[in-house]
Every structure is written in structure tokens, then in C-alpha cells.
Design a protein around this ligand. Structure first.
Ligand code: FES
Ligand code: FES
Length: 198
């Protein structure tokens, strides 16, 4: 759907609970929807002007982050860590936390096709961005070539580093289909494995 930025006012009846205002549905009044285009992202903000919801401002659509190809929306403080939002809000527990301070690479995900440490990224930095986690690359049912190679090569023991390794390797192979050893070493230099090679 294409939305043209602008303001649109409707007479409306709230049919049920509205975000941040549960149990206050059922009121009638005017709703003004304001759509703004910012950096290619469309923000939708509803201003309610009703009997009991007087000029309340609530975000009804917010801005979307595309996670593993699916547009997702979460309500979380902008400073929340991406890893926490992925694991706790979106249930994507494939991303693992090792050090929690940007040293180990266990939490590596792709943010707009750039490998980042999800423990150091605030969700506020992900507005309108594309995030790819290990779940977007492989699943237990479909491990893919990378997952299979890790198993066959004994590359996973406790498994904490494995998702980050896979994301980094996937990023390398999606940009270079025949990397030499130097390129491989460079691509996974930020991913530490405490169980195997360190
Ligand atoms: Fe993020 Fe170690 S958990 S870099
Ligand atoms: Fe345990 Fe790599 S398999 S840290």
C-alpha cells in the first residue's frame, strides 16, 4: 500500500482497547491520522479527540523494522538493546548473548546487511531497517549448507557462538562466493569460540 504523507480526519468509534489505554474502547469522536515520510519510513500517528480521550496522542503504527523479511513492530524504549528485543519481544532466541559488551560476536546479526553486535545496538537505531538473524538463514529443519558444514566439521560444541558464526559466514558468502582463507579469517575475526579454536 502506498501512503501519501499528510493529515486525514475521520469520525470514528473505537471498537476496543487502544494501545496504552486498555479498557477505554467504545468511545466515539474524531480521529486524525497523520502520515509522515521520514527517511523512507512512513510514520502514522493518531490524535484522538473524543469525549473521554481528549486530544490524546498515541502511536498506532509507529515505524516498522523488517526482521527476517517480515515487518515487525514492537513497543520498547528506544534504548533497549536489539538482542533483548529480538529474544524477549520477538521470540527469536537463536541470537545468543556471550559477553554482552561487544567482544565475542555471539550476538551477530545483520543490520541493513552489515554485521553488528546486537548487544551494542539500540532498538531506536533499527527504525525502518532490515535485521537478519540466524533464524532468517537456517532452521533446525533446514540447516542449509552452512549449518551442515559446521556439524560435519565439529564447529559447534556448546553452540553459543554458532549463530553469530553463521550470520558472519552467511554475510561473507552472500558477497563473495569463493572466498580465500584470508577472507574467511577476516569475516569471522569478530566471532570468538571459547569451546573450539578461540
Ligand atoms: Fe554481543 Fe558478545 S554478546 S558481542
Ligand atoms: Fe561453544 Fe563456540 S561452540 S563458544
Amino acid at each position: 500500500m502506498t501512503v501519501t504523507p499528510g493529515s486525514y480526519t475521520y469520525n470514528a468509534t473505537a471498537q476496543g482497547p487502544v494501545p496504552n489505554d486498555v479498557n477505554r474502547g467504545g468511545s466515539t469522536g474524531q480521529v486524525t491520522l497523520t502520515f509522515e515520510g521520514v527517511n523512507g519510513t512512513v510514520y502514522a500517528i493518531a490524535v484522538y479527540s473524543t469525549n473521554d480521550l481528549n486530544s490524546r496522542k498515541i502511536i498506532i503504527a509507529g515505524d516498522f523494522t523488517v526482521v527476517n523479511g517480515v515487518a515487525r513492530q514492537v513497543e520498547a524504549p528506544g534504548a533497549s538493546r536489539l538482542i533483548d528485543v529480538l529474544r524477549e519481544e520477538l521470540g527469536l532466541t537463536g541470537t545468543k548473548e556471550g559477553c554482552g559488551e561487544g567482544e565475542c560476536g555471539s550476538c551477530t546479526v545483520l543490520l541493513d546487511d552489515v554485521p553488528v553486535n546486537a548487544c551494542l545496538v539500540a532498538i531506536g537505531q533499527c527504525d525502518g531497517a532490515s535485521v537478519v538473524t540466524v533464524e532468517g538463514i537456517a532452521s533446525p529443519e533446514a540447516l542449509g549448507v552452512l549449518g551442515q558444514c559446521l556439524i560435519e566439521g565439529g564447529g559447534a560444541q556448546c553452540g553459543i557462538c554458532t549463530p553469530g558464526m553463521m550470520v558472519s559466514a552467511h554475510h561473507l558468502l552472500s558477497h563473495n562466493d569463493s572466498p580465500d582463507e584470508h577472507a574467511v579469517r577476516e569475516a569471522i575475526a569478530g566471532n570468538l569460540c571459547r569451546c573450539t579454536g578461540y
